[in-house]
Design a protein around this ligand. Sequence first.
Ligand SMILES: [Zn+2]
Length: 111
Amino acid sequence: MSKMKIHTGDQVKILSGKEAGKTGKVLRVDAEKRKVYIERLNMLKRHTKPNPKKNPQGGVIEREAPMDASNVMVVCPACGQATRVGYRLLEDGGKVRVCRRANCGKDIDKA
Ligand SMILES: [Zn+2]
């Protein structure tokens, strides 16, 4: 289980770098390296030679490059703002992430 505060499927906001201020959906989380992959952001272009089987034309392939998890903030689905993440314990011992904004405080995850 990932201990990351950012989960696959989250909307996140980029805090710095060339994509700063943009928001996107998390495609994949690498908990070990503390990296996230965000849909259509931080794209990496790779020029490829023609390959008769997969890619006869050659050309440029784009894919998402990982970003540091510390460089993104979860966007709260309730208030729509980028927020730090807190936790709320459930009666069954589980926990859900909550928005830490003072005027919101709603659950980010479904309980
Ligand atoms: Zn909120």
